[in-house]
Write a protein that binds this ligand. Structure first.
Ligand SMILES: CSCCC(=O)C(=O)COP(=O)(O)O
Ligand code: ZN
Length: 206
């Protein structure tokens, strides 16, 4: 089995997991793993498919611009360009993108960035101490992955492996798919907590 086939199998299994969590409704969301760094090559989920029912062949190899390398049977995710940009800038081994509700809601409340502090779950997001102030960057949505990539890079901090795209979804990255998922699960919990608390106090700063 080729490296791309192995990546496809892992991406399909991981996608099914996210879909079961309700974070990849319809055909939303996409995942990637880095295959090589020089040149940069990613295995990314194919576009427009039910992410709960992917098979090992629903994967596409793309370059640093998110373009399919020659010989690919399927179209790569429409967001492959942003995956490639994140993998290149952050050095990520895996990038996951889901359409969970809490990050999008948080971006409505805090469009300049979502501040998180003094929460034990921050450790699961890769921070050293539970009292760190973490600002998760928010960028406006765009259909142009170069625009999104430039906005991501402008606000990139190596210690904050996440990006919320307003009115769209969230990207989280890590060394591999399991690492990215652990970070995403902890961050989604933190964002759910933050938005629920904010709403409970009817919009007062919390
Ligand atoms: C209803 S999903 C709209 C497109 C999107 O945001 C997404 O995450 C899925 O796009 P893909 O091309 O990866 O299927
Ligand atoms: Zn999306």
């Amino acid at each position: 089995m080729s490296t791309l086939d192995l990546a496809g199998r892992a991406l399909a299994a991981e996608s099914a997991r996210y879909e079961a969590m309700g974070w990849m409704r319809g055909t939303s969301g996409n995942l990637s793993v880095t295959l090589s760094r020089d040149p940069l090559r990613l295995a990314v989920t194919a576009s427009g498919l039910d992410k709960g029912a992917l098979t090992a062949t629903d994967v596409v190899e793309v370059d640093a611009d998110g373009q399919a390398v020659p010989g690919q049977a399927k179209a790569p995710s429409a967001e492959a360009g942003l995956h490639a940009r994140i993998a290149g800038v952050a050095g990520a081994g895996a990038v996951v993108h889901v359409h969970a509700m809490a990050p999008v809601l948080a971006a409505e409340f805090w469009p300049d960035g979502v501040e998180l502090r003094d929460m034990e779950m921050l450790k699961g997001f890769g921070r050293r101490a539970h009292d760190d102030l973490v600002t998760v960057p928010v960028v406006p949505n765009s259909q142009d992955m170069r625009v999104l990539g430039d906005a991501f890079e402008a606000g990139f901090r190596a210690d904050t492996p996440a990006l919320i795209v307003a009115r769209h979804g969230i990207y989280v990255w890590g060394d591999d798919l399991a690492h990215a998922r652990q970070r995403l699960e902890c961050l989604e919990w933190l964002l759910r907590f933050r938005t629920r608390l904010y709403r409970a106090f009817e919009g007062s700063p919390q």
